[in-house]
Design a protein around this ligand. Structure first.
Ligand SMILES: Nc1ncnc2c1ncn2[C@@H]1O[C@H](COP(=O)(O)OP(=O)(O)OP(=O)(O)O)[C@@H](O)[C@H]1O
Ligand SMILES: [Mg+2]
Length: 297
């Protein structure tokens, strides 16, 4: 028998109140009827179909789904790096027609300029945005402090660990004061321990900055630990399967990982992400390479 999320909402009225309050906040980003079809040598591939959702002010939205379901395509469209086949994205009511300072992006791969110091990397967008060198430097210092790297402002990226590089990437993205921060598996290349530290850092940063976040991950615990809501996508074509309101209280702590609301959410995600075993058995034709009677359990 599955534990259903609504029962948690009924048990905890403060959870329902929290989401009612969230939905009353202004809409920062609106996605309407988004479709994306790619041409390929094997014919057209529908990467995304009929995607609709809204992101409210200071909301943290995680996006999960199986590999190839269109997560990166979606976030690239939100960033304005990819054009949808139909449908539209708007930020504060303005239709997105390309990249813009109202959206910041952090990728999985390290994208800092290796020939620039930490401070110069963070100053880069600020200078392009028309700030004087002095103003850009002062602003960059503030953001570097916020991500806890003040002792490293004159270091080069190759002198930093992976986690530190991603903290600089976050500072660089936030320095332009975007309304929405878009993150595509930003901690995917980090070891488990650094990743856990970075998740807590990100929550702390988010608490101190007026920004809404769209965060792609394939790690279910990470999705729950960080998010207010989780957009679950399914593949072929990439469609919204469910939008889950995470019933776990804030501020989040790692102790909550074993508490019933967290476990119920995880179970629901597992059900959505992993196909039932019988479906898998039907799909996979596995050749037998062992002797009869030499079975494992
Ligand atoms: N530039 C492109 N040209 C053609 N097809 C593409 C292109 N980019 C993505 N696709 C296809 O669109 C689908 C979605 O790809 P996408 O990279 O968005 O998936 P994803 O959910 O991010 O996967 P992963 O979890 O592995 O990162 C895939 O079938 C992919 O092959
Ligand atoms: Mg991807």
């Amino acid at each position: 028998m599955s534990i259903t999320l609504p029962s948690y909402r009924e048990q905890a009225p403060e959870v329902k109140e929290r989401f009612d309050r969230l939905k009353q906040r202004p809409v920062k980003m609106e996605v309407r009827g988004l479709n994306k079809v790619f041409g390929s040598t094997d014919g057209p591939v529908t990467a995304l179909q009929g995607i609709n959702f809204t992101l409210h002010r200071r909301e943290f939205l995680s996006v999960i789904g199986p590999s190839g379901c269109g997560k990166s395509t979606l976030i690239r469209i939100l960033a304005g790096l990819e054009i949808p086949t139909s449908g539209q994205v708007s930020v504060d009511g303005q239709v997105v027609r390309g990249p813009g300072a109202d959206r910041g992006m952090v990728f999985q791969s390290y994208t800092l300029f290796p020939w620039l110091t930490v401070k110069q990397n963070v100053m880069f967008g600020l200078k392009i945005g028309g700030n004087s060198a002095n103003k850009a430097e002062a602003e960059a210092r503030e953001w570097i402090n916020l991500v806890g790297l003040d002792r490293f402002e004159n270091s080069y990226p190759n002198q930093l660990s992976g986690g530190m590089k991603q903290r600089v990437a976050i500072a660089r993205a936030l320095a332009n004061r975007p309304k929405v921060l878009l993150m595509d598996e930003p901690f995917g290349a980090l070891d488990a321990q650094t990743r856990a530290t970075m998740q807590s850092y990100l929550l702390e940063i988010w608490r101190n900055v007026d920004v809404s976040i769209v965060f792609i991950t394939h790690d279910l615990d990470e999705a729950i630990y960080l998010a207010d809501r989780i957009l679950v996508l399914k593949a072929n074509p990439g469609e919204v399967e469910e939008l889950i309101e995470v019933p776990v209280r804030r501020p989040r702590t790692t102790g909550q990982f074993l508490e019933p609301p967290f476990l119920a959410t995880r179970k629901r995600l597992e059900e959505l992400i992993h196909p039932p075993e019988k479906v898998l058995k039907q799909r996979l034709k596995i050749a037998r390479m062992t002797e009869v009677g030499d079975d494992v359990e």
